[in-house]
Design a protein around this ligand. Sequence first.
Ligand SMILES: [Zn+2]
Length: 150
Amino acid sequence: MILDATQSELLQRCDGCEEERVLKLTDLVLGLDHPQGGQGLDPNIVRLPPCPCGAVEFLNRTFDRYPAPRDEAGHALPMHAAAQAALDHRRRVNAVADRLRELGRISTGNAQRVLAESVRPPDLSTLAETFDQPSAGISPAVNAAKEKTQ
Ligand SMILES: [Zn+2]
């Protein structure tokens, strides 16, 4: 699970051992390639490096819109906390994936496909404020995790 992200790093909490660690975006790539090369398997997957406990997390970029809850008349309903957390995580994953694309961190087999994309994940826009600002290079959550491990 991604707890927070900046333009250069993300803070992951492992689902296996619950340890938190900071990963550099320059160590990641968007897209999953076949081990034998050739056309990429999936342009939406970011494979995180294995946790010391052995668990491997895969992030999945999404292009559909998260279904906002509405009543029968079509009015927006307050979102359940769990649904909000899922939406926030989805935005974070999409923001990380989009930043990898911007940085040119795309797997060899998926590079052509990803560079030809003309749409961005729709869930991204609401997060852009906190992710795209220059000052967002600093994340209190990421910094706290880095201090703990130093
Ligand atoms: Zn772990």
